[in-house]
Design a protein around this ligand. Structure first.
Ligand SMILES: C[S@@+](CC[C@H](N)C(=O)[O-])C[C@H]1O[C@@H](n2cnc3c(N)ncnc32)[C@H](O)[C@@H]1O
Length: 280
């Protein structure tokens, strides 16, 4: 392994404020990571009080990400990834999964949290044949992401790309125009590219999710669950592939690392909708 092709770009403030909760660190706490602080753990615990299975749900979301990467390579032949809302590095980052299957796979990570930037080197230990890069940018500004030189140096935008928005669009209300942002990003990608989304939902337990929204808002974090239909709408401009937008644990469990060991078959065990759409 070498990181000789690793590149980082940052135009946002890089100061890490540990006094307030941050999405990336709360999620890291649920996944059992170490990059979190008392404010993050307080919000993580407040949410867990309403959703006791939140840690398993976070792991189920993460396990989907791995299946989606395998699916993109094995079934769609897509070996380039634009992973926006990357999160703090954890076991099984996108480039590790992808380059295990195809060492020449190329990955650009994008996240706006300075703590993810601080860990960016761990995201960029690329194979020699492939390439990885990290862009410290905000999904609210897709034009800035697309204009970033390290993105175009790392990904060949004439070849299909898997655009991954895994557990990030819930920070965008409709008035933040997630549809316009997605359209702008998809527009820059060629036919045969795919869109990978997971999205938390209140469809399984509206009351618990309402409390999650309130706890997040009290900590200054927007959290906007979407219904199945609303999640399907995020795939506009793509053809949603089988099995459709489904509960995250039921999306192609056969693609799991150890499919035989997969036990979570209860569709309601993780409150995320998941799907993959293909740009015609
Ligand atoms: C819940 S984590 C999901 C991490 C990873 N995608 C996964 O599913 O395992 C959400 C990530 O999105 C990032 N994020 C939130 N809002 C963002 C924005 N406007 N632009 C870029 N990244 C954002 C957070 O910093 C965090 O790292």
């Amino acid at each position: 392994m070498s990181d000789s092709k690793a590149r980082t770009a940052s135009r946002l403030p890089t100061t890490i404020d540990t006094s307030v909760a941050h999405e990336a660190r709360v999620y890291d706490y649920w996944l059992g990571g170490r990059d979190n602080y008392p404010a993050d753990r307080a919000l993580g615990d407040a949410i867990a009080a309403h959703v006791p299975a939140i840690r398993e749900m976070a792991r189920a979301n993460r396990a989907f990400l791995a299946r989606a990467v395998r699916f993109a390579i094995a079934e769609l032949g897509v070996t380039q990834f634009l992973d926006i809302g990357t999160g703090i590095p954890t076991a099984g980052n996108t480039h590790e999964i992808a380059q295990r299957i195809d060492p020449a796979a190329r990955v650009v990570y994008v996240d706006n949290d300075p703590i993810v930037l601080a860990h960016a080197r761990a995201l960029m230990a690329s194979t020699d044949e492939g390439a990885t890069a990290f862009v410290h940018a905000d999904l609210h500004d897709p034009a800035a992401i697309l204009a970033e030189p390290v993105l175009t140096e790392t990904l060949d935008l004439d070849r299909p790309v898997a655009l991954m928005l895994v557990a990030v669009l819930m920070y965008f209300r409709d008035e933040d125009d997630p549809h316009g942002i997605l359209a702008r990003l998809l527009d820059a990608l060629p036919s045969g590219s795919c869109l990978v989304i997971t999205h938390p939902t209140a469809d399984f337990d509206a009351r618990a999710m309402k409390n999650v929204v309130l706890a997040s808002e009290q900590a200054g974090i927007t959290f906007y669950p979407r219904s199945r239909a609303e999640t399907e709408n995020l795939f506009a401009g793509t053809e949603i592939l089988d099995p459709g937008v489904v509960p995250v644990v039921t999306w192609r469990p056969d693609l799991a690392d150890d499919a035989a060991a997969t036990t979570a078959t209860d569709p309601e065990s993780a409150w995320y909708w998941a799907g993959i759409g293909r740009k015609p």
